[in-house]
Design a protein around this ligand. Structure first.
Ligand code: DGY
Length: 303
């Protein structure tokens, strides 16, 4: 039997727990907090299939203790997410949102030599923090723009991948200091919370741009707003926020910030693939099989 919540809004916590009574499988979204109290209140659960690659909404350690399998949706969203992070990068550097507003507001009266000058992308240095699937997809796109690519990750890519992507591993400090664009593709972990803060923003070039399509709390939003306002960096393209759906009020008023409501993987094709993969994961566990894309709690424990 399937209990389908059709509205595109999260169920309240009490209702979610009530509807999970006696259920073995849950297909859920990143807006559903699957924490220890919920897992304790739903002892029949065998699998939680998150329709997302990120799973910071789920207490994986607690779930594993209780024998609940957690799955996510990697791979199917890699290219779409990288497409959007690249879109933010370009829109921010070339001031697309400001330009659109300028035209709509009837300000385009004549061509001007110095109007809406932006930053070049081609030939610049791209710094990628988190060199997993999406980070690597960003590096692949950078090749088309003749960019130098630096990356930071706890694990080095193999030499063949580094050669193919023309990417050089470096430490975070060097990456922040030397990059013209810094793009974040790290999971949200205790050690990546506020990885980008006032101190790190001050070490970036004044002409540099920040892109975040990973998780909001990786960036200290108040510090970012100050950095953008006071010109520590040139601009930022932000798809994710510290306290979604809240957005730091100072960010909203800044013309050099391009803001999006967490839609990096939101293409019709990809959303369908994510939903199908999550359902396949859920059914596999309920049928006693290994799901296609389980979250490996050992990998998490090693981090
Ligand atoms: C993910 O997959 O983690 C995205 O942030 C939500 O689609």
């Amino acid at each position: 039997m399937v209990d389908l919540h059709e509205a595109d809004k999260p169920l309240g916590r009490t209702e979610l727990i009530a509807r999970l009574k006696g259920r073995q499988g849950l297909v859920c979204l990143i807006t559903d907090a699957i924490d220890a109290p919920l897992l304790a209140a739903c002892p029949d659960l065998k699998v939680v299939a998150n329709v997302a690659v990120g799973f910071n909404n789920i207490d994986v350690v607690e779930a594993t203790k209780r024998g609940v399998v957690i799955t996510n949706t990697p791979d199917v969203l890699t290219e779409t997410t990288a497409d959007f992070a690249w879109t933010l990068l370009m829109a921010t550097a070339r001031r697309v949102v400001e330009a659109d507003r300028y035209v709509r507001e009837g300000k385009f009266k004549q061509w001007e030599f110095m109007l809406l000058l932006g930053g070049d992308i081609h030939g610049k240095t791209l710094g990628i923090i988190g060199f997993g699937r999406i980070g690597r997809a960003m590096a692949r796109r950078a090749r088309g723009f003749d960019m130098r690519v630096l990356y930071q990750d706890a694990v080095a890519a193999n030499p063949a991948t580094e050669r193919e992507l023309l990417a050089t591993r470096t430490d975070t400090a060097t990456l922040l200091r030397e990059s013209d664009f810094v793009t974040l593709h790290t999971p949200l972990l205790p050690e990546t919370q506020h990885l980008i803060n006032a101190e790190s923003l001050k070490t970036m070039k004044k002409t540099a741009y920040l892109v975040n399509a990973s998780r909001g709390p990786v960036v200290d939003e108040a510090a970012l707003a100050q950095a953008l306002k006071e010109g520590w960096i040139a601009g930022a393209g932000i798809d994710v926020f510290e306290r979604e759906p809240e957005v730091h009020p100072a960010l909203r008023g800044l013309p050099n910030a391009v803001l999006a409501p967490h839609i990096a993987s939101a293409s019709s094709d990809t959303r369908l693939k994510m939903a199908n993969l999550a359902v396949d994961n859920c059914l596999a566990v309920l049928e006693g099989n290994t799901p296609p894309t389980p979250v490996n709690p050992e990998v998490l424990a090693r981090r």
